[in-house]
Design a binder for this molecule. Structure first.
Ligand code: FAD
Ligand code: SF4
Ligand code: SF4
Length: 463
């Protein structure tokens, strides 16, 4: 029977004052009963507006209909036709601006909790279905994938299923890209990413870690070694700084460095050999998901006060609403309409504060958001001993500078065809953050999938 409740079934979660002291997952997932109850809120609309909001076009009404029938594995199979990382996307996709934004139940009340249902189905499958994937018959062709983030992993998986001998080259010592070095354990447990990587290996994908393409091997050398096509999924991991005085003081981190130390190197564990500053008062500059993750990690490392310093207002915060809510519940203080102008240091070169100015919102700029303008005479100092800069990243120029004929944008993004990922260099395809700049997991996956199809066509046509 249809459930006409206006609100979504709530997601069980750890209490804020418990979870802000540990790194275990915050959201605990629906029970079977909650999932079926939530699925019954779906009207199974014939025109399927929600599907148009999903970048990989998952058949949402069909998978939800299977949940209603308690056919959870059937629901998983429907999702799996379009997405290879449902346990990841069900957790981190910005559903509120994608599938759920188009849900008709959102007109009068809250939309169907599509993301939470996707997560439930993926977790149910992972817990209950243990069959290893069937390794496809080799088609005799060899392809290379640079980078093991969601884009590279998806491309690798799609090509492996077609029988390609796929080699993934990853610069770090662990595969997974931002899913392992950026997004914290409390939002995305690393065992979930590891499971996806194990599945790829079972399909026959070779993952070579500690392989920086452009240093250890160039793309030209990959072709010389028999790879017939190359996919670049190297992400956008180069941090930006504000270029204000004091950014080289001890205690200033880029969010990438800080999160890598915490997530990849597990610096919060006593046995970890990677040091991290256990600061008392931390300012995180920026308002995106990355800033929220850094702030929440700093809190979990024991900081008494953690500030988000953001130059626009709450309406313009680019982070997901849920992440902002979680950060607030955990005691993160938002210093909105505030912009840093200098990081201050003590006589030993350590951070002792951050000088800021207050801002007002003026006319909209080219991004459509109202431009922040400095309020005259509003300078003040925030007393902190650590500053984390989280104002964006761009693609690392290494691959561009070592690959002949590969065209890039001025800001470093690789120029690639939107539909196919084809670049200016024959046989080389690219997608994900390396092309778009910092974006989302699901868009990176979509690009990897589209490029795999184009690479397959390219190689088959050559034959
Ligand atoms: P990446 O995930 O960056 O992977 C690229 C990989 O390539 C890396 O492993 C890198 O080491 C490797 N590499 C780079 N150069 C080389 C080289 N020369 N040779 C070999 N390997 C190389 N998105 C969401 O949808 N929801 C979220 O909640 C969310 N939260 C985020 C939180 C943080 C902290 C960050 C940093 C990002 C977040 N994002 C989120 C964005 C999302 O993670 C990215 O858009 C996505 O991971 C991009 O995937 P990718 O495969 O293109 O690149
Ligand atoms: Fe929604 Fe993301 Fe799942 Fe698509 S992949 S249905 S956008 S949660
Ligand atoms: Fe169900 Fe909402 Fe999609 Fe309609 S729009 S099919 S109610 S999820």
């Amino acid at each position: 029977m249809a459930n006409m409740a206006l609100k979504k079934n709530e997601m069980p979660a750890q209490a804020p004052d418990v979870r802000n002291k540990n790194f275990s997952e915050v959201a605990l997932g629906y029970t079977e009963e909650q999932a079926v109850d939530e699925a019954n809120r779906c009207l199974g609309c014939k025109n399927r507006p929600c599907v148009g909001g999903c970048p990989v076009a998952i058949d949402i009404p069909e998978f939800i209909a299977k949940i209603k029938e308690r056919d959870f594995e059937g629901a998983y199979q429907v999702i799996n036709r379009s997405s290879s990382l449902p346990a990841v996307c069900g957790r981190v996709c910005p559903q509120e601006t994608q599938c759920e934004q188009r849900c008709v139940r959102g007109i009068k009340g809250e939309p169907v909790a599509i993301g939470r249902l996707e997560r439930f189905v993926a977790d149910w499958h992972n817990e209950n279905v243990k069959e290893p994937p069937v390794r496809p018959k080799s088609n005799g062709h060899k392809v290379a994938v640079i980078g093991s983030g969601p884009s590279g992993l998806t491309c690798a998986g799609e090509l492996a299923k077609k029988g390609y001998d796929v080699h993934v080259f990853e610069a770090l010592h662990l595969a997974g890209g931002v899913l392992v070095y950026g997004i914290p354990e409390f939002r995305l447990p690393k065992s979930i990413v590891q499971k996806e990587i194990d599945t790829l290996k079972a399909l026959g994908v070779t993952i070579e870690t500690n392989m920086v393409i452009g240093k250890v091997l160039s793309i030209d050398e990959l072709f010389e070694n028999g790879f017939e096509s190359v996919y670049i999924g190297s992400g956008a991991g180069l941090p930006r700084f504000m270029r204000i005085p004091g950014e080289n003081l001890k205690g200033v981190y880029s969010a990438n460095e800080f999160l890598t130390r915490v997530n990849l190197m597990k610096a919060y564990r006593e046995e970890s050999s990677t040091p991290i500053q256990h600061a008392k008062k931390v300012a995180v500059v920026g308002g995106g998901n990355v800033a929220m993750d850094a702030a929440r990690c700093a809190k979990r490392l024991g900081a008494e006060e953690v500030y988000i310093v953001y130059r626009r207002s709450e309406t313009e915060l680019p982070a997901r609403a849920e992440e902002v809510e979680h950060a607030k519940e955990e005691g993160i203080v938002f210093r909105l309409l505030t912009n840093p102008v200098e990081v201050l240091g003590d006589e030993n070169g350590f951070v002792s504060g951050i000088k800021c100015v207050e801002m007002e919102l003026g006319e909209p700029d080219e991004s459509g958001r109202r431009r922040p303008v400095v309020k005259e005479g509003s300078e003040f100092v925030l007393d902190v001993d650590c500053v984390i800069m989280s104002i964006g990243t761009s693609p690392n120029p290494l691959i561009k500078s070592t690959t002949k004929g590969l065209e890039t944008q001025k800001w470093g993004g690789i120029i690639a065809d939107e539909e196919t990922g084809r670049t200016s260099r024959e046989g080389v395809y690219a997608g994900g953050d390396a092309v778009t700049g910092a974006a989302t997991v699901i868009l990176a996956m979509g690009a990897g999938k589209a490029a795999a199809k184009a690479m397959d066509a390219y190689i088959q046509n050559k034959d």
